[in-house]
Design a binder for this molecule. Structure first.
Ligand code: ADP
Ligand code: MG
Length: 572
């Protein structure tokens, strides 16, 4: 028996439930639906993303609306256009057996004329983003003066996005006796404020932290040196051939850059951020929904509207500044009872932030190692074999088969298999056979094991301390701060360490390095003539890259700006 039958829902909704394949109400549904059906009450429900909140308010709302009347009886507010459309579609699916019910979506970035044309036909339920509906109310294109129900969905996100004033204005234009239902993943002060100001003794329902969404997400981190973030991302993708993921970056610039690199490297990737037009974003989201994009690289704000259930992995290319944001990110996977993985690529210096996040999510991270090249080759081989096995044979190829049989004649089964696999495998093998171990250990950064110590002919006298020298080296070598350690500044010279593997790069960059007419020279510290060619350094002037560094100049200038101090300027 379908457990939805015990909640007091009418036949048309139960029939839709059946079509949707829902067999068991989620916790928030089991708690909200009977209360909302039985009484006219205000309600505050706290439950994480993916717990089925839409049906928790949608089912009772559909049942309580009168289809005979054409006046607008309910307004549902939601933070983004994407969520607005998602709710509208869900509500339409829930009410497909309810004749005469009209649900209209109202959101920015689309024709207001078309939306008001739909409203004129009489919409009992309007699903809206706050900005657009406020605009339409003031132009008298929507009438909310007779609504019985007002639903605030994802209230915390709406308030995060600065819709407080709009929501206040909208609510104050609705009748006092209506019921207000507020749904939110979290209860920050601003949400409590709205509840206090606009609701009367609301029933409070809280669904525990550990709901179908949260418990099924596994949290993992991978420690790498900052300059290896991108190769690490590639390995994570290659080690999970069926990945369907959102990759979160902190800035629009990084988002665009990482997406472009992935595309260049042959992945099905796309970028989603605020510098794209609505049309571009729609195209990307459309392709993602159809699984044509496997890796969607996104900023936090742009990803708010992502409403896709089957996301297998969330990848934190960088950790967000706010811990709260991490929970939003990881909430994009493990939805609707499916399991998911939230992966974090970190540098050693970021390790200390992990425990704060663990506290917040009430779950431990697993420290994982990036697979090495050979492991990835192995994974890809097995993946290829199973793909071959499960591939359905398209009728359309039959005309070509005789000729192909001819070509392959004389090869036995084993040989054909070997050759077929080798064709695919050689690609990965070529890339990974020369690959190195990207993992950095959790040890203190000055662990001397595979590191090289350098001498450099600038020091305190040139105005450097260890921090500013580290910054200078980071820029000059196009490395992350973490890649340079044990910086020891003396009067007219200094020492620093890098990973042993960077020995050649450092030597090369500083073999002919000029800054404002001054030659800056660095070499392996044990070298006998290390105290040789010291000259004075003149101040100022941008550092120039060595011409034979292939990707130096452009990637450095991009990177250098994005890092320090200005992070926020790149936000959505
Ligand atoms: P939330 O708003 O809490 O993030 P949604 O309402 O968007 O969650 O639901 C997430 C997904 O779970 C949707 O695809 C929805 O169709 C599905 N879903 C909702 N309730 C159930 C249920 N009782 N059984 C199975 N799937 C459900
Ligand atoms: Mg929702």
């Amino acid at each position: 028996m379908n457990e939805f039958q015990n909640l007091g829902l009418d036949e048309p909704i139960l029939q839709a439930v059946n079509d949707l394949g829902f067999t068991k109400p989620s916790e928030v549904q089991a708690k909200c639906i009977p209360v909302l059906l039985e009484s006219e009450t205000d309600l505050v429900a706290l439950a994480q993303t993916g717990t089925g909140k839409t049906a928790a308010f949608g089912f009772p709302l559909i049942q309580k609306i009168s289809e005979e009347s054409r006046t607008t009886q309910a307004v549902i507010l939601s933070p983004t256009r994407e969520l607005c459309l998602q709710i509208t579609n869900e509500m339409k699916a829930y009410s497909k057996y309810v004749k005469g019910l009209n649900i209209v979506a109202v959101y920015g970035g689309a024709s207001i004329t078309e939306q008001s044309r739909q409203l004129k036909k009489g919409a009992q339920i309007v699903v809206a983003t706050p900005g657009r509906i406020k605009d339409m109310i003031s132009r008298r294109l929507v009438d909310i003066t007779r609504v019985d129900y007002c639903i605030l969905d994802e209230a915390d996100e709406m308030l995060n996005m600065g819709f407080y004033e709009d929501i206040k204005d909208i609510l104050s234009g609705t009748p006092k006796e209506k019921s207000t239902w507020l749904f939110s993943a979290t209860m920050p002060k601003t949400v409590a404020q709205i509840a206090k100001k606009f609701m009367h003794q609301p029933v409070e329902i809280t669904v525990g932290q550990r709901n179908i969404g949260a418990t099924t997400v596994m949290h993992e981190y991978y420690t790498v040196s900052g300059r290896d973030r991108y190769p690490a991302l590639k390995r994570l993708a290659d080690a999970n051939p069926d990945i369907f993921s959102v990759v979160f970056c902190r800035t629009k610039r990084d988002t665009q850059r990482v997406a472009e690199k992935l595309i260049e490297d042959g992945y099905n990737a796309g970028a989603l951020h605020g510098d794209l037009s609505q049309n571009q974003r729609d195209l990307v989201m459309g392709a993602f929904r159809k699984n044509q994009i496997q890796m969607l690289v996104a900023t936090d704000v742009a990803a708010r509207g992502i409403d896709v259930d089957d996301i297998t992995h969330v990848i934190n290319y960088q950790l967000p500044d706010e811990i709260e944001t991490y929970t939003h990110r990881s909430g994009r996977t493990g939805r609707a009872g499916k399991s998911g993985v939230s992966m974090v690529i970190l540098t050693r210096s970021e390790l200390r932030r992990v425990s704060a996040i663990e506290k917040k999510i009430g779950q431990k991270f697993v420290a994982k190692k990036l697979p090495d090249g050979m492991e990835i080759c192995e994974i890809q081989l097995y993946h290829l074999a199973s793909k071959i096995k499960s591939t359905e044979i398209d009728e359309a190829i039959s005309p070509y088969l005789p000729a192909i049989y001819d070509v392959l004649q004389g090869l036995d089964r084993e040989t054909i298999i070997q050759k077929m696999v080798a064709v695919e495998f050689s690609r990965f093998h070529a890339y990974y056979s020369k690959s190195k171990d990207l993992n950095t250990t959790g040890e203190a950064p000055n662990g001397d094991k595979n590191s090289a110590r350098f001498f450099i002919n600038i020091g305190e006298r040139d105005g450097y301390d260890w921090k500013s020298l580290k910054d200078f080296l980071k820029e000059a070598l196009d490395l992350d701060r973490d890649a340079i350690f044990r910086v020891d500044v003396k009067d007219s010279f200094s020492f620093f360490n890098t990973d042993d593997s960077l020995k050649e790069k450092v030597t090369e960059v500083f073999s002919n390095y000029k800054s404002g007419g001054r030659t800056i020279n660095a070499e392996i510290a044990s070298s006998p003539d290390s105290s040789g060619r010291r000259k004075k350094r003149s101040k100022g002037g941008k550092t120039k890259s060595d011409p034979h560094k292939k990707r130096g100049a452009s990637s450095r200038s991009k990177k250098g700006k994005g890092h320090r101090g200005k992070r926020r300027s790149g936000y959505f």
